[in-house]
Write a protein that binds this ligand. Structure first.
Ligand code: UTP
Ligand code: MG
Length: 497
C-alpha cells in the first residue's frame, strides 16, 4: 500500500492506522448456524458454569457460542446467576467486563477479587477444542495491568508516564491476536521497558505484584472513586484524600466541600457511571435536534465522540451544533438550553461562552504550545433526564422531572441521568471541531503531535495553522484536513486508539 508520507516512529495510533496493522477492523460476522433450540444437552462439567459477555461479542455470536458450549457438555448461565464461575468475553477490558456484569446485577464482583474468573475468548476456544475446561493460564486473563498503571500515573500527575502506559495498553488492546509470550512484544510499537516488564510478569506469574500493589492501595481506590464524580478532577480528588476522605459517604458528610456541579455528580453517581447505550444516545439526539430546529431552523446537530466512532456505549453523549450561515449560531445555545429546560429535560447544566476575541487571538493561541488539547467553543455541560423527554420523543411513558429536594438515590424511578455535552461551532471551523470532538483522545493527541513535528502545523479543534508560513489553512471537510496533513483519510471507526 502506498502512503503519501513515511511511517514514523512515535505517533502511535497514526502509525498503526497508516500501516493498517493492528487497528482492529469490524468485519461483518458470518451467520453462524446453531442446532434446533429444542435440543437438550447433558452437563459433563458441573463445577464449571460459564457466562458469555454479549458486549462486543454480539447477540447472534453469543447464541452460537452458548449452543456450542452446551453441546460440549458445558453449563452456560446468565450473568446474574450466582453459580457462574467463568466469565468469558471478547475484545473487552477487565473494567468493561466488570461494568457489564454490574449492569446485569452482579454487584459484588470487582476486578481484584478472583471469583469468578474473568477470561478472554482464548480460554473458551481452547476448551471447546479440547472438549473439556482447560486449566486457566495467565494469558487467559484480561490484560488490564497497563491501564491500571496509566491511571495510577495520572492520579500522581505524571502525565508522560501515564501516556506511555496508555499507549502500550492501546496497542495490546488493538492486536487481532492474544499475546502469549513476551517475545511477541518486540515487533510492536509503543511498548516501553516498564510496560514490557509488567506484561512479562502477568504472562509468567498470572499477575504483576506492582500492579496488585497499586490496585490494593488506599489512595488509588479513593482516587478512582472520587474522579468518577462528575466535576471532580485529579487535584480535587487528591486534596480530599489528603484531608482524610475515603468514601462517597465521607463526601456526603462533608457536603459543603463540594461545588454545585460536584453535588449533582454525587447525587447521580450510579447513573453517571453506568454506560450510556447507543439507543439512549439516539433518543437524546432526537430531542436535541427538535430543540435546535425550534430555535434556529436550518442548524445541524451531529453526534460526535465515541458514538461517532461506532462504540456501542459511552460515558456521555457529545453533540456538535452549527449553522451553514456563519454568525447565525451566535446566541443559539442559550435558546436551546432554555427550550430543553422548559420541557423538563435537564437535571443540570452549566454553559460556557466562546472565549475567542478575534482572529489575532486565535493565531496567538494556535501557535502556543498549550493549545493543542483544549478548545474554546461555546458549550454546555449538562445532565439530561432520560425518561423525562417530551411527549412524542419519549420511548415509553414519560416521567416527571425529579425534584432534587424530594428524590434520593435508591428510590424507585423510571428515569436515568445521562451526561450530555453540547458544543457550538462556527461553520468555517466545523470540520476541525468534528475531527477534534470525534476523538479518541489518544488519536487526537497523536494526530496533533504528527502535525506539529512532521508538518510544522498546529492542529486544534478550531483550525490548522501553518506555524512557519503563519497562515490558517481552510478545510471544508474532515477529508480535506487529512489531505492537508498528507495522510490518507482515517474513518471514525478506525480512530479508537
Ligand atoms: P469524551 O470525553 O466524551 O470521550 O470526548 P469519548 O471518546 O466520547 O468516550 P466516552 O464518552 O468515554 O465513551 C470526546 C472527544 O472530544 C474531545 C476529545 O478529543 C474526545 O476524544 N474533547 C473532549 C475536546 O476536544 N474537548 C473537551 O473539552 C472534551
Ligand atoms: Mg463521549
Amino acid at each position: 500500500m502506498n502512503h503519501p508520507v513515511q511511517i514514523l516512529d512515535w505517533p502511535c495510533s497514526i502509525k498503526l492506522a497508516m500501516m493498517q496493522l493492528p487497528v482492529k477492523k469490524k468485519h461483518p460476522r458470518r451467520q453462524e448456524p446453531g442446532p434446533p433450540a429444542s435440543l437438550e444437552f447433558c452437563v459433563h462439567f458441573p463445577e464449571v458454569v460459564l457466562c458469555l459477555v454479549e458486549k462486543r461479542m454480539g447477540a447472534s455470536r453469543k447464541a452460537f457460542l452458548t449452543t456450542l458450549a452446551r453441546q460440549r457438555g458445558f453449563c452456560v448461565e446468565d450473568a446474574n446467576s450466582e453459580r457462574v464461575t467463568h466469565v468469558v468475553s471478547e475484545g473487552n477490558s477487565g473494567d468493561e467486563v466488570v461494568e457489564w456484569l454490574k449492569k446485569k446485577g452482579r454487584h459484588y464482583i470487582d476486578a481484584v477479587a478472583d471469583c469468578p474468573a474473568l477470561l478472554n475468548i482464548s480460554w473458551f476456544t481452547e476448551s471447546m477444542s479440547a472438549e473439556r475446561p482447560v486449566p486457566i493460564e495467565p494469558r487467559h486473563y484480561l490484560l488490564d495491568a497497563l491501564q491500571t498503571m496509566a491511571e495510577e500515573a495520572h492520579f500522581n500527575g505524571s502525565e508522560a508516564r501515564s501516556l506511555a502506559f496508555s499507549r502500550a495498553a492501546s496497542v495490546l488492546k488493538s492486536l487481532p491476536w492474544t499475546v502469549k509470550r513476551v517475545q511477541e512484544l518486540h515487533s510492536l510499537p509503543c511498548i516501553g521497558e516498564h510496560s514490557r516488564r509488567i506484561v512479562q510478569e502477568v504472562l509468567e506469574d498470572g499477575a504483576s505484584a506492582e500492579v496488585e500493589r497499586v490496585q490494593h492501595s488506599e489512595r488509588y481506590q479513593a482516587m478512582k472513586l472520587f474522579t468518577k464524580i462528575f466535576g471532580v478532577g485529579v487535584k480535587t480528588a487528591s486534596r480530599w484524600y489528603q484531608e482524610g476522605l475515603r468514601t462517597l459517604a465521607d463526601l456526603q458528610v462533608h457536603h459543603a466541600k463540594l461545588s454545585k456541579e460536584q453535588q449533582v455528580g454525587l447525587l447521580h453517581y450510579d447513573d453517571l457511571n453506568t454506560p450510556v447505550e447507543r439507543s439512549e444516545a439516539e433518543a437524546i439526539g432526537q430531542v436535541v435536534r427538535e430543540a435546535v430546529e425550534q430555535c434556529l431552523p436550518g442548524a445541524s446537530v451531529t453526534l460526535t465522540g465515541g458514538f461517532r466512532r461506532g462504540k456501542p456505549t459511552g460515558h456521555d453523549v457529545d453533540f456538535l451544533v452549527t449553522h451553514p450561515t456563519e454568525g447565525q449560531e451566535v446566541g443559539l445555545l442559550s435558546k436551546v438550553i432554555s427550550w430543553l429546560d422548559k420541557q423538563g429535560c435537564l437535571l443540570y447544566y452549566s454553559s460556557h461562552r466562546n472565549t475567542f476575541l478575534d482572529l489575532e487571538d486565535l493565531e496567538l493561541w494556535s501557535s502556543s504550545s498549550s493549545a493543542s488539547m483544549m478548545d474554546r467553543f461555546e458549550r454546555c455541560f449538562s445532565i439530561f433526564c432520560l425518561g423525562c423527554l417530551p411527549g412524542a420523543l419519549q420511548r415509553g411513558a414519560g416521567a416527571q422531572k425529579p425534584s432534587t429536594a424530594t428524590w434520593s438515590p435508591g428510590a424507585s424511578r423510571s428515569w436515568k441521568a445521562v451526561r450530555v455535552d453540547l458544543v457550538v461551532s462556527p461553520y468555517s471551523q466545523f470540520p476541525f471541531a468534528l475531527l477534534g470532538w470525534t476523538g479518541s483522545r489518544n488519536f487526537e493527541r497523536d494526530l496533533r503531535r504528527f502535525s506539529k513535528h512532521e508538518k510544522k502545523m498546529a492542529l486544534n479543534s478550531h483550525t490548522l495553522y501553518h506555524v512557519e508560513q503563519k497562515i490558517f489553512l481552510t478545510a471544508a471537510s474532515e477529508e480535506e484536513i487529512f489531505q492537508l496533513l498528507g495522510l490518507e483519510y482515517i474513518p471514525p471507526e478506525e480512530r479508537n486508539a
